[in-house]
Design a protein around this ligand. Structure first.
Ligand code: ADP
Ligand code: MG
Ligand code: MG
Length: 914
């Protein structure tokens, strides 16, 4: 199917087992277009059509919303080709007309973001031709009213205003049903031909009223308008919100697919459906999906009618079901991944309209990856890459506490659409849900059905509950992708948007009341229900479940085993207590990357000794107070060393400014004065003296140890005495002492002297030897720039990326909330730099420090201990920098391990390519 024009190729045709494009061309053809071409090539029944490339979208926005000249003739050629294959004419007014679907298709699927227009080419004349050719008046008029509705909405902009709860066209339909049948909820299939004709008239009137424009009658005008609307929708609010959330670059653009229509609404031998080759919620290898008899595809996802599960299809259309089962197998063997596909059955014949790799829950992702390896469909490396690191968190997410559940009543049941347990206050509208979430309420968004306008509310909510719609409804799709708990189609719920109430089984719930939903079973409960740990946590941490009794755990463990095979970058944890340490070790941490000693001073009466130390006026009295703290610290470290079972622990010396430990109100100050037997004036004066204008840049970090060496001395002693104690029991201890906030080499040298001296003293006293390192935290730009000098003394660097980000950007993390959203909106920063490393700035400094550090000390140990250690993208960046380890909170360890393994596999792939 060579294109005859010499200019750039903007249109790629597919049909009759041949296609210009193929599945690998997603950047150019979009995901939908590329896979339509691929399915055509492998002989699946795909209606013919063509794809207008994403380059046209880019051109469109670069050129004031105009098209390249060469486009129009290529589109005309595309339509001619379709006419030839179908044996019909576009918009024919005499014989069976060729009608088309105009479908958007970005590179990555963006569910619900861009709208599809079906039945294009119909007008007052061709509708009659369609009726005559199919001998089916009702069908023809049903197509026509659907077309006007979609076109009016998507192209002409007749949409729900923010204050309205229903689509204007649906309101018109509802009114007609009320008028003629006194039944607002009458099924659409029960509308007569006369009703549909009436609707066509009313729809056109509505469009005229709202836009001042006539509905276009000419099919070519219709096509132009529809293509323009698809490109235009790339920049609508919903699409922008979605792209921002998922980090999809604007430059990618969308493609447009124009495809011959097939009809699922010709009668009871026809239908439409959506299916998955495996269960996307659990990952189980079963044919999973749903369909509607006598319906066009939009009905299935719109949640207007609740579809039937695909297992019921054999009783309606057994031959079509058999064909679909075969297609299901073909798809998996060919695409080697779980597929999410859309089909339409016209008079018993199956047509494929779309396929893509199916979105799945974290649970399903892990299971499918493992099972596909067992089935020899993919290898283990592919399996590791198949689970998005972020999604692994879902596998660790809480479930409802079983005993708490026993005392609660199920008030309704819907479809399990997004697994997990969620409890929250209910809101019936996205805006109010967002407002409540901003006030730190836990929110459940409850809607009759959701639409893309609800996206912000869905993001803000803990969980989503709908009264209508199936497992492929908008709510379910979005929830699955965001990893939100979701129950949909709980039809027993009667939601009144006006009264803001939900009524079920005689009980009424108001906005703000608590409900709980189980997205794994589909159950809805009244009130708050306590949640419990996931099975993986029950096996590893709580040890309340045996590994052999949990399939989920076994898949998780398999995945983690593969990660070990691939990984180079190690994952440590940020932990301050033996318990946290033990948890992290259970999750596979290879040590502690950051142990913050200050947290240890807040417990029980330790704070008194700490305060006494701070209030001390002489070195001697300070030493006295410190001596009281020593046993506490030693005990903490002993516990941590034991929990580590010989793994290394990076322990940071005292870091925060001292005033953080003192009471600031009068009552607490006089209480303290009494306790320590000093005057209130003395306490309040000391608090006053310690006040700083900018504590983040004040007397903290190693500056404390420089001014009060005896603090460092006590901490060093506690660490080594603990190590000695543990070693006496035959265990190993590997302390790595970390000096914070170093900018000058001399700062480190002074602290180093203390550490080495104390180590020697304790070794002599306890007649033992220590295996330890001393290094520094790299968290201010100066340290990065003079890293070669610092490395003369430091045996390791650990990037404190929280402070390094603050000091490099000159932005306080705690104050950034007021301007960062605007920065993200304006795309000054792509991501929050406190959540994901600012690779272009902070990352450059890190790289400088790595290079300089290695120049002086080639084998220097390198790590990172900021919040960023749990962010998959930052983990991958650290791998690229060649760090030894990242460190993150215990429950993020599995996520970081997976991200580290994926980074290593990517490296390997790049190397073998070269
Ligand atoms: P989305 O990207 O939102 O899934 P699609 O372009 O896939 O949008 O279209 C939505 C639905 O419209 C499909 O699921 C299908 O049922 C119906 N549809 C799309 N193209 C055709 C076609 N050529 N013939 C019949 N129905 C179609
Ligand atoms: Mg689709
Ligand atoms: Mg710091």
């Amino acid at each position: 199917m060579a294109n005859t024009t010499k200019s750039a190729k903007y249109v790629y045709q597919f049909g009759n087992r041949k296609a210009d494009g193929n599945g690998s061309m997603k950047p150019l053809l979009g995901g939908k277009g590329a896979n339509l071409a691929e399915m055509t090539r492998i002989g699946l029944p795909v209606p013919p059509g063509f794809t207008i490339t994403t380059e046209v979208c880019t051109y469109y926005y670069d050129n004031k919303r105009t098209y390249p000249k060469a486009l129009q003739p290529q589109v005309e050629a595309g339509i001619r080709q379709m006419e030839k294959i179908m044996g019909t004419k576009f918009g024919d007014a005499k014989a069976m007309p060729l009608l088309v679907a105009v479908r958007s298709g970005a590179r990555d699927s963006m569910p619900g973001m861009m709208d599809t227009i079906l039945n294009l080419g119909l007008n007052d004349q061709s509708v009659l031709a369609l009726a005559k050719a199919t001998k089916n008046d009702r069908f023809a008029w049903d197509c026509y009213r659907r077309f006007i509705q979609m076109y009016g909405d998507v192209v002409m902009g007749v949409q729900k205003a923010p204050h309205e709860d229903h689509e204007p066209f649906e309101t018109v339909i509802g009114e007609l049903k009320e008028e003629r049948y006194h039944d607002h909820d009458l099924e659409d299939t029960r509308l007569s031909t006369e009703d549909l004709k009436e609707l066509v008239g009313r729809f056109k009137k509505l469009i005229k009223q709202r836009t001042g424009k006539e509905f276009p009658n000419d099919p070519w005008d219709q096509l132009k308008g529809a293509v323009g609307a698809v490109f235009g929708s790339w920049m609508n609010d919903r699409a922008i919100v979605y792209r921002r959330k998922y980090g999809i670059p604007q430059e990618w653009g969308t493609a447009v697919n124009v495809q011959a229509m097939v009809f699922g609404n010709t009668g009871d031998n026809s239908g439409s459906g959506v299916a998955f080759t495996r269960d996307p919620a659990t990952g189980e290898k079963v044919f999973y999906g749903e369909f509607l008899i006598n319906a066009q595809g939009e009905d299935v996802v719109a949640g207007v009618r609740t579809p039937e599960p695909v297992q019921k299809l054999p009783s309606h259309l057994p031959a079509a079901y058999k064909e679909l089962e075969n297609i299901r197998k073909t798809l998996e063997t060919h695409f080697k991944d779980m597929q999410d596909f859309e089909f339409t059955i016209q008079d018993g014949k199956v047509f494929m309209l779309q396929t893509r790799n199916g979105k799945r829950t974290g649970l399903a992702a892990v299971r499918i990856a493992c099972e596909m390896v067992k089935e020899k469909v993919i290898d283990w490396k592919t399996a590791v890459n198949r689970v998005p690191a972020e999604q692994l968190e879902q596998v660790l997410a809480p479930i409802f506490d079983r005993t708490a559940l026993k005392n609660t009543k199920v008030i309704a049941k819907g479809l399990p659409a997004g697994p997990g347990a969620a409890t929250g206050q209910i809101y019936f509208n996205a805006d109010r849900a967002v407002q409540a979430a901003e006030k730190k309420e836990k929110v459940l968004l409850v809607r009759i059905e959701t639409s893309p306008e609800d996206l912000r509310g869905m993001i803000a909510a803990e969980g989503i509950l709908t009264a209508r719609g199936g497992v492929s409804s908008h709510a379910a799709l979005v929830a699955r992708q965001m990893g939100k708990v979701c129950v949909c189609g709980a039809s027993a719920l009667h939601i009144d948007y006006n009264k803001r109430t939900l009524e079920v089984g005689g009980q009424t719930f108001k906005e703000g009341d608590f409900l709980s939903i189980n997205g794994t079973s589909g159950e809805v409960y009244a009130g708050e229900v306590r949640t419990a740990a996931s099975e993986v946590v029950q096996v590893l941490i709580e040890r309340s479940l045996k590994s052999k009794d949990s399939q989920t755990y076994q898949y998780y463990a398999q995945l983690m085993d593969w990660c070990v095979k691939a990984t180079r970058l190690l994952v440590r944890t940020n932990a301050d207590t033996p318990e946290q340490t033990a948890n992290a070790v259970a999750f596979g941490a290879s040590g502690i990357g950051l142990c913050r000693t200050e947290h240890m001073f807040f417990e029980g009466d330790r704070i008194d000794a700490m305060r006494e130390m701070i209030l001390a006026e002489t070195t001697d009295s300070r030493k006295n107070a410190l001596a009281k703290l020593l046993p506490y610290q030693r005990e903490d470290f002993t516990g941590i060393f034991k929990a580590l079972k010989g793994l290394p622990a990076t322990i940071r010396f005292l870091d925060p400014p001292l005033h953080e430990f003192l009471p600031h109100d009068n009552a607490a100050q006089s209480q303290l004065a009494e306790k320590l037997n000093v005057s209130v004036e003395k306490v309040s004066k000391r608090v006053h003296d310690l006040h700083e204008f900018n504590p983040m840049l004040g007397h903290r970090g190693c500056r404390l140890g420089i001014a009060y060496p005896e603090i460092s001395e006590m901490q060093a002693r506690a660490i080594f005495e603990a190590a000695a104690e543990v070693q006496k029991e035959g265990l190993k201890a590997k302390p790595e002492i970390m000096i914070p906030l170093v900018g000058f080499p001399k700062e480190l040298q002074l602290q180093l002297e203390i550490v080495h001296r104390v180590a020697e003293e304790v070794a002599k006293e306890k007649k033992t030897k220590f295996n330890y390192l001393v290094g520094t935290m790299i968290e201010i730009p100066r340290a990065c720039v003079v890293a070669d000098d610092i490395a003369k003394d430091a045996q390791f660097f650990s990037f404190g990326t929280n402070d390094l980000t603050q000091t490099t950007l000159g932005m306080s993390r705690d104050d950034s909330g007021s301007f960062l959203p605007a920065y993200q909106e304006a795309e000054i920063v792509k991501k929050n730099p406190f959540a994901s490393i600012d690779q272009g700035g902070v990352g450059k400094l890190m790289q400088t420090a790595v290079e300089l550090g290695r120049k002086t000390r080639p084998d220097i140990k390198l790590g990172i201990c900021g919040e960023h250690g749990g962010d998959p993208e930052s983990v991958k960046f650290c791998h690229t920098l060649g760090l030894t380890y990242v460190s993150c909170s215990p429950f993020r360890v599995p996520v970081a391990r997976l991200a580290a393994a994926q980074a290593a596999l990517k490296d390997e792939a790049v190397k073998t390519k070269k």
